[in-house]
Design a protein around this ligand. Structure first.
Ligand SMILES: Cc1ncc(COP(=O)(O)O)c(C=O)c1O
Length: 358
């Protein structure tokens, strides 16, 4: 086995068990005589995969029948546009939080469609952070409010979900099912699948059915949430393989025990933050109270040392530690499937690197 410790932000590491199960079934899915990739999305074998994936996800998030789970191509980025297209009408206002690159991108798309109030803005702050609870300025009567619960690039995560006074929508692309959250506080939440959920190629969107019904009915069919809700994401041909791996990944989360995973996630992140805090050599990028347990970000004294750190780690089998091109530095993405041994290897390397170069 020659798998590396993959610290990539997304597409990212998937549970090895899930990959092996998929490999086992790749050419002949459980005796069907064909791959999941080859079967009709209208047939009973695929239907069972589709329904189970949705049911497992709903169970893990604690969602009842008021909710629909949709698989929508175009990633989380299309959600930035679909949300205002559906819900932000003329003479209406939506509240948005600019908490980083992704929150900012959501704002840009919404501004193309309608009136946006920036409820809080810390997009450019260094150390990176999320807004403090008393900083938000919500608009009475806003049609919805939008937050990004974890800014993947800056490594800043919301710890307390704010009370916004309007239907709350969350971009949870990089921290969905990674820590305890009350998902029912939201009216809708979504995630690009390629981090904690499965392969890239779709967003998983959970939406209250009643809210989906309020969407703009004059949009093209494939841009309306109600199409995905009413047709159970089978109006067109869905990304069947991605949905299969998503379902397997959800079963893996269930098997591991989500509370157990949440605890492990906190422990993994703490090990890295403890090294950062033990020295002046490493500087955490995010403000302590908003530190992400999924994307740990930090700097070294110089960009040359950062490049050297990434290159030497790579030689030791630790890949994709380079920070996002827009901010530099180092980023260790340690999603649910990232193993503790990989964190231990990184921590040992960080200590050794400082000894030699500090
Ligand atoms: C928080 C967040 N939102 C949105 C996106 C965009 O996702 P996609 O590439 O699926 O469009 C990303 C991608 O990394 C992300 O991390």
């Amino acid at each position: 086995m020659s798998r590396i410790y993959n610290f990539a932000a997304g597409p990212a590491v998937l549970p090895l068990e899930v990959l092996q199960e998929a490999q086992k079934n790749l050419v002949d899915y459980k005796g069907c005589g064909m791959s999941v990739m080859e079967m009709s999305h209208r047939g009973k074998d695929y239907d069972a995969i589709h329904q189970e994936a949705i049911a497992t996800f709903k169970e893990l998030c604690g969602l009842n029948d008021d909710w629909a789970v949709c698989f929508i191509q175009g990633g989380a980025s299309l959600q930035f546009a679909m949300i205002p297209l559906n819900f932000l009408g003329k003479d209406q206002v939506a509240d948005y939080v600019k908490s980083g690159t992704w929150g900012g991108k959501a704002v840009k798309e919404a501004q193309k469609i309608g009136t946006v109030n920036i409820a809080a803005d810390c997009q450019k702050d260094i150390p990176t952070r999320q807004p403090d609870a008393d900083e938000f300025k919500w608009t009475p009567g806003a049609v919805y409010s939008h937050i990004c619960t974890n800014e993947t690039i800056s490594g800043a995560e919301i710890k307390e979900i704010p009370e916004t006074g309007s239907p709350l929508i969350g971009d949870m692309s990089s921290d969905i099912l990674s820590c305890p959250r009350d998902y029912t506080k939201f009216t809708m939440f979504y995630a690009g699948a390629q981090k904690n959920l499965g392969p890239s190629g779709m967003a998983v969107v959970a939406i209250r059915k009643e809210f989906a019904e309020k969407g703009n009915a004059s949009l093209p069919t494939m841009l309306q949430y109600r199409t995905f809700v009413d047709e159970n994401s089978l109006y067109n041909t869905p990304p069947t393989w991605g949905i299969y791996i998503f379902g397997e990944t959800m079963k893996w989360v269930k098997k591991m025990g989500k509370e157990n995973l949440f605890k492990l996630n906190a422990e993994k992140a703490k090990k890295i933050y403890d090294v950062i805090d033990s020295t002046e050599f490493y500087r955490g990028t995010a403000k302590k109270e908003f530190r992400s347990n999924m994307n740990v970000t930090w700097r070294l004294p110089t960009e040359e040392l950062e490049a050297q750190f990434v290159a030497e780690a790579k030689k030791l089998g630790m890949g994709s530690l380079k920070g996002h091109r827009s901010v530099g530095g180092i980023r260790a993405s340690i999603y649910n499937a990232f193993p503790m041994e990989g964190v231990d290897a990184l921590v040992a390397f960080m200590k050794d690197f400082e000894k030699k170069n500090g």
